[in-house]
Design a protein around this ligand. Structure first.
Ligand code: ZN
Length: 199
């Protein structure tokens, strides 16, 4: 059972890994991240299901575009594998007493996935454009806020600290909106996100 779930979660993680590449490419261009077809950035050929399956497509196609032969960067492939491994490791940590399906663990896992998605996309966009994307951070903060509200209502979790961090984030968010190019403002925004997202 544990091995079966590990494999499922590994595959899930690799799909997230391939989603990161797409999100980092499309979000700064304000393109749709869910509906639009994927295509090769070199020859613009639309990609089919067989070209989009994480990890296996890369191996099967020998790291090249099926249509134009352009090399696909190995970092995409590594990101897919790493994401798969991170999902499995998190599962194994939470499943240490065989109780992964406990409501608390599932809630923690989902909140972890959202924070992971937020951070990797923000880091990826920063790498390509030297900019911290505040909209992606806001998405991560809202996900975390919902999780903390859930903990508060179900577990009587003490959320006062998070209210302060949340307000801090909103202040930084507004300052950042007015002053997008300033690198210090970007760092402060990121820092307020991290304060809020650590439990
Ligand atoms: Zn191509």
């Amino acid at each position: 059972m544990e091995i079966f779930l590990s494999v499922i979660l590994f595959i899930m993680g690799t799909f997230f890994g391939s989603f990161f590449t797409l999100a980092v490419y499309r979000i700064p261009l304000k393109k749709d991240i869910t509906h639009e077809h994927s295509f090769c950035p070199n020859c613009n050929h639309k990609l089919g299901i067989l070209d989009l399956f994480p990890v296996w497509s890369y191996l099967f196609l020998g790291g090249k575009c099926r249509y134009c032969g352009e090399k696909i960067r190995i970092r995409y492939f590594l990101l897919e594998i790493l994401s798969g491994l991170i999902f499995v490791t998190m599962f194994l940590i939470l499943n240490i007493h065989g109780n992964f399906f406990d409501v608390d663990n599932i809630g923690f896992f989902i909140s972890f996935v959202f924070q992971y998605v937020t951070l990797v996309i923000v880091a990826g966009i920063d790498k390509e454009y030297r900019k911290i994307n505040s909209s992606v951070l806001l998405f991560g903060v809202i996900c975390q806020l919902l999780y903390i509200l859930y903990l508060y209502m179900v577990k009587q979790f003490n959320m006062y600290r998070y209210i302060i961090y949340f307000m801090l984030f909103i202040i930084m968010f507004i300052i950042h909106k007015k002053n997008k190019e300033n690198y210090i403002t970007q760092i402060l925004l990121l820092e307020s996100y991290i304060l809020f997202s650590i439990r």
